[in-house]
Design a binder for this molecule. Structure first.
Ligand code: ZN
Length: 142
């Protein structure tokens, strides 16, 4: 274990990682964490079904069929704050195109991800809107 102090992106990613452990999706567990402009934790979230929904037996067996019902970690995260309150979001998987758009709409300035998601336009969106989008792979617990 390094004695160096954690960077803020590493700190946020470690929180996102812990949040991902709560995901009920057996195929892809995604966690996310939001920090404000003073680096205070606003909240954490993970991908899953809407609160209160009890899936019928067999629901988790068909990934294609259930995909549209899964609420992404970033969208769940954005439900915890108002536009302009959050500076930084860490998410264990690169935001999909829709989530990247949502994070931009909420005024998030820095986005860190661990796993690459090929089908996403996140990098192009980040360039156009001047949002920092960087990969963070090394953090405690990874
Ligand atoms: Zn998404």
């Amino acid at each position: 274990m390094s004695t160096e102090r954690l960077s803020i992106p590493q700190y946020a990613m470690a929180l996102a990682h812990v949040a991902s452990l709560r995901s009920e999706d057996p195929y892809r567990k995604v966690g996310a964490a939001a920090l404000d402009f003073d680096n205070r934790v606003i909240g954490t979230a993970y991908n899953g079904l809407a609160p209160g929904y009890d899936p019928p037996p067999g629901f988790w067996d068909d990934r294609e069929a259930r995909q549209k019902f899964m609420l992404h970690a970033e969208v769940n995260l954005c439900s915890l704050f108002r536009r302009g309150e959050v500076k930084l979001v860490a998410t264990t998987t690169m935001p999909c195109t829709a989530c990247m758009q949502t994070l931009c709409a909420y005024g998030v300035r820095e986005i860190y991800y661990r796993d690459i998601y090929q089908e996403s336009d996140a990098e192009e969106i980040a360039r156009i809107y001047r949002v920092r989008l960087e990969r963070v792979c090394e953090y405690p617990g990874c």
